[in-house]
Design a protein around this ligand. Structure first.
Ligand code: ADP
Ligand code: MG
Length: 329
């Protein structure tokens, strides 16, 4: 199958039915897409690449890969408090496998509907090297009002630190790869790795109470670390308050579960910081959007303090970092 056939057959979804469709002036087919940005909004954009053997296992289902490639990008929009506008897809494939492509395409289309973000362009190339096969790069575009943006450098001393959902599930799930039979709890953990849920509507509403957030992709300590460095403050994390799923505790035990929650990546939960006066409002908002939230600590003057039963907890795992010697999953 030639390039244009692939584009037309698998990536030209159209954009009717999307809330933002009237903002897409030109979509797939011209040299560039043209997007309209509402007058009082700013355009935000982010790119994430997924490479076979680095970010995903070679045996991952095409449908799961498509969902995750878009979800991790929408997570970045959510972490800015931005409304999804459109995305582009650059895909490099060793060959055109039509059953793989149709599964990928069907799932990507479904995810794009779910997150209300149309596909407006991209690039399709053939390529292969010994280390990596498929490579997928998605760029997302979103809009946000300047005064409603969530940033990393806006945390202030004495504010609460919050996290959505559970932490550590995805990292623990990595150890399950290749296992023949998974029990119900292990299946649940695996699902959290494969299909992280992203609630961009909740984070947009959150901008009423909060100016500071990050999505947890590399692990809580690493990502909260970005907030405290950029905000020139410190953080105290109360380990007892970390949200751990029953499945995670059953699978690895409480101590290991806490380590996964602190250092494990790929959860795509939202870590956010807010004044204590908004505690009730945040709980109410979370309930309205069916998101669970936990208050896990507070912003202090300096340093990262991980406290369990009034004592510092030793960290036994490393967070994920590219170009740092470590085995990839
Ligand atoms: P150009 O040669 O100008 O870069 P291409 O031939 O690469 O254009 O692409 C033709 C059109 O198809 C463009 O509008 C481009 O954005 C779109 N396109 C190419 N690949 C993809 C893809 N994987 N997903 C969505 N749109 C794509
Ligand atoms: Mg091109």
């Amino acid at each position: 199958m030639a390039e244009f056939e692939v584009i037309d057959k698998y990536f030209n979804f159209g954009h009717s039915g999307f809330n933002t469709s009237k903002r897409v002036i030109k979509s797939i087919g011209d040299d560039c897409a043209i997007l309209d940005v509402p007058k009082k909004s700013k355009l935000v954009t982010s790119t994430d690449t997924l490479i076979e053997g680095v970010h995903f296992f070679s045996d991952v289902a095409a449908a799961d890969l498509a969902y995750k490639a878009l979800a991790v990008n929408v997570s970045d929009l959510a972490a800015m408090g931005a409304k999804p506008l459109a995305f582009t897809l650059a895909i490099t494939l060793p060959e055109t496998d039509s059953s793989w492509l149709s599964e990928f395409s069907r799932s990507l289309k479904q995810a794009s509907k779910q997150f209300d973000i149309p596909l407006v362009g991209g690039d399709t190339t053939q390529g292969y090297n010994a280390q990596s096969g498929i490579s997928i790069t998605i760029s997302v575009f979103g809009t946000v009002k300047k005064e409603k943006v969530l940033l990393r450098d806006t945390a202030k001393q004495d504010q609460d630190i919050w996290i959505t959902g559970y932490l550590g599930n995805a990292a623990a799930a990595l150890a399950l790869h290749g296992k023949e039979r998974l029990n119900e709890q292990q299946k649940y953990l695996w699902q959290q790795l494969v299909k992280p849920s992203i609630n961009h509507k909740f984070s947009r509403k959150l901008t009423k109470y909060c100016q500071c957030a990050i999505d947890v992709s590399d692990g809580l300590l690493a990502d909260l670390g970005h907030i405290i460095v950029q905000s020139k403050v410190g953080a105290k994390v109360n380990v007892e308050a970390l949200p751990l799923s029953d499945a995670l505790i059953d699978e690895v035990g409480i101590e290991e579960a806490r380590q996964y929650a602190l250092t494990g990546g790929d959860d795509y939960q939202l870590c956010f910081v807010a004044d204590r006066k908004w505690r009730n409002s945040i709980h109410n908002l979370a309930e309205r959007y069916d998101v669970s939230v936990s208050r896990i600590g507070k912003i202090v003057e300096q340093g990262m303090h991980i406290i369990l039963e009034d004592k510092p907890l030793a960290i036994t795992k490393n967070s994920w970092q590219h170009f740092k010697k470590q085995s990839c999953y």
